[in-house]
Ligand binder design. Sequence first.
Ligand code: GLP
Length: 246
Amino acid sequence: MISVRLHPDKHSAAQAIAREIADLIRLRSESGKATVLGLATGSTPLPLYAELVRLSREEGLSFRSVVTFNLDEYAGLSADHPQSYRTFMEENLFRHLDIPAANIHIPDGLTDDAARECGAYEASIRAAGGIDLQVLGIGRTGHIGFNEPPSSADCRTRRVHLDEVTRQDNSVVFGDLAQVPRGALTMGVATILEARRVALLAFGAAKAGIVARAVKEAPSADCPATWLQRHPDCVFHLDAAAAQSL
Ligand code: GLP
């Protein structure tokens, strides 16, 4: 089931979700347990990552007990490529926290055996005890992670082709459409649905149409985000502009 939570703006949303994450980390670490976070890239989660960094700096929130799994990585980009999701995460989050390097997981975009890499990624998530909270954005095509339409509810971590709409959208950060990779490695829809809690973030009028489809359309592969309706604890954190078509 998807519940919708409206926030005055993206910064208030970031504060609320960061607080939820901080509470989870503190609660679990009190009983010696790790917290497993699923993380997203894109511009949407940036205020959340900035707030987590602030909590770490100003409130002493420690990430030593946190294990992370990112949703996806571009195929063909090395970890140190300026536009890789690994670089994005290092710059915007990881390098500012006390999270142990060994606890960070992002698919290897340079793998020469995607099936093995993706199978190992699923196995690592299972070995960590599953994802406690998955942070998600949403693409204009209805993608979550890089699960472009059509993506069935039972798809797993795998290599995918990117939709041209997504390549266009993401060309802003590459500066040139030709530089945007044509493929990616992404957690599957089934992998995402196994997270115990899901927090999807969407802000601004440009997301209103796809947010309305995700919430209101019957679940189908044509709009992969609709599969989230089958999740027992999925919250869409929206501002008024993103919620305007609901
Ligand atoms: C990318 C990512 C998604 C993200 C989406 C939206 O393609 N793979 O995980 O949710 O784009 O990006 P933005 O938040 O910049 O709108």
